[in-house]
Design a protein around this ligand. Structure first.
Ligand SMILES: Cc1cc2nc3c(=O)[nH]c(=O)nc-3n(C[C@H](O)[C@H](O)[C@H](O)COP(=O)(O)OP(=O)(O)OC[C@H]3O[C@@H](n4cnc5c(N)ncnc54)[C@H](O)[C@@H]3O)c2cc1C
Length: 382
């Protein structure tokens, strides 16, 4: 077992941290306040191939394996303080690009991937509906055969990148009698397709620079050439994308926790109360020791799950364990850090309250904490 990073991985990490620190951290407080998606920064990220980390170079990506992709996302989470932008990139890469790259035809990959990898275009993954979030088996959006394609009808909820997306990956029922496994199909379309529109945009607690909305489909015609992975292949495509998403976003959180920890230690060493640094109080030092332990455990889980992908080992249980643990821990690390900052931590200017608001969403998206426990229990035969 070797836990060290290769020279190439160290360089990837250093370069992304440097890029993110230099280019992505201006005006975050302001754009968080007004929930503004930073399109110019998105393009800059595209110039670094951040949106196409795992995709082969032939289709415009960076050609990294899963372990190096995860190290790159960790570096992004460390260097970039804009949790919304990090989340936008992850949702786009892990739940949209990776499914196209893995399940798309050669022609679909040529048509969609280069612009999605280089920051020209933005993608959204649309599965959730108002009556089916945790219960994804219960979606109502339908796709009925029509001429040489399908007509899609339905409304999707909570679609990250929805208001700004150019390409949509939408899941719809093609055969109700088969249920989720075999009855659901993934379709690709672009935002100008007749009958498609963006619905209400949601205001939300955190991740505010990643805009999120409903997506409305009214008799949207999709030709057979834009079916992803074949009729009825929606379930394995969705599950595969969720495994990547659960691990990839966790990697970003590992980077974020690493940064918060460093900043919190620095604060605890410099803030003097009662003639000594607050870090000299065991209560404060113990909080920080727990944060460090949680960070290191998160990193190991994330690296192992990425290694599973590269080793082609069934990853469902490890992806859920990683997601469950890291999403709870990043929330707790941000909360503990806020406590150590005291009143300053509650104030916007210190940026820790935003990190906490951003972190909380992670216990809900990509399947809630309860749902991860259900998945883990199922794999244990319960
Ligand atoms: C910031 C954010 C971004 C998102 N981005 C996207 C996106 O890009 N695309 C997309 O398709 N979706 C997206 N979602 C939707 C997300 O996947 C769902 O919100 C999530 O799966 C939970 O579904 P729900 O909101 O309907 O909650 P519900 O399913 O109503 O759950 C409510 C509560 O009941 C619990 N619960 C429900 N069923 C069970 C059960 N069987 N066992 C135990 N507990 C249960 C849940 O754990 C939760 O605590 C996003 C959500 C958020 C918050």
């Amino acid at each position: 077992m070797d836990f060290s990073l290769s020279i190439e991985q160290q360089l990837i990490k250093q370069n992304i941290i440097q890029f993110a620190q230099n280019e992505l951290n201006q005006n975050i407080i302001e754009r968080d306040k007004i929930s503004e998606f930073p399109r110019e920064l998105w393009k800059k990220c595209g110039s670094q191939k951040l949106q196409g980390l795992a995709v082969s170079e032939k289709f415009g990506g960076a050609g990294l394996n899963a372990q190096s992709t995860i190290i790159a996302l960790e570096a992004l989470g460390y260097g970039c303080k804009d949790g919304g932008l990090n989340f936008s990139i992850c949702a786009h890469l892990l739940a949209c690009i990776i499914p196209i790259w893995k399940y798309g035809s050669e022609e679909q990959k040529q048509r969609y991937l280069p612009d999605l990898c280089n920051g020209t275009k933005i993608a959204v993954n649309a599965m959730t509906e108002t009556e089916s979030g945790s219960d994804v088996f219960n979606i109502k959006t339908s796709a009925k055969k029509y001429k040489d394609g399908y007509l899609i009808n339905g409304v999707k909820a909570f679609s990250s990148n929805g208001p700004v997306a150019d390409n949509i990956l939408v899941y719809a029922i093609t055969d109700e009698s088969k249920g989720f496994h075999g009855g659901i199909t993934a379709f690709l379309l672009n935002k100008n397709t007749a009958g498609f529109k963006v619905g209400q945009q949601y205001e939300k607690m955190g991740l505010r620079t990643c805009t999120i909305s409903e997506l409305i489909f009214e008799n949207v015609f999709i030709p057979e050439s834009d079916i992803l992975g074949g009729i009825g292949a929606g379930a394995p495509i969705f599950n595969y994308s969720m495994e990547w998403e659960r691990i990839g976003i966790a990697a970003c959180h590992v980077g974020t926790m690493d940064r918060i920890l460093e900043e919190t230690i620095d604060y605890a060493q410099k803030r003097n109360i009662g003639q000594q640094a607050i870090g000299k109080n065991q209560a404060v030092a113990h909080r920080i020791a727990s944060m460090k332990t949680q960070l290191e455990a998160s990193r190991l889980l994330t690296y192992k799950a990425a290694w599973n992908i590269d080793s082609k080992i069934n990853n469902a249980i490890d992806a859920s364990i990683t997601k469950l643990f890291v999403s709870e821990v990043v929330t707790s690390v941000a909360y503990e850090s806020m406590q150590i900052y005291g009143g300053n931590g509650y104030m916007t200017a210190f940026e820790i309250e935003r990190t906490l608001r951003d972190a909380i969403g992670s216990t809900i998206y990509s399947g809630t904490t309860d749902i991860q426990k259900n998945i883990i229990a199922r794999w244990l035969g319960l």
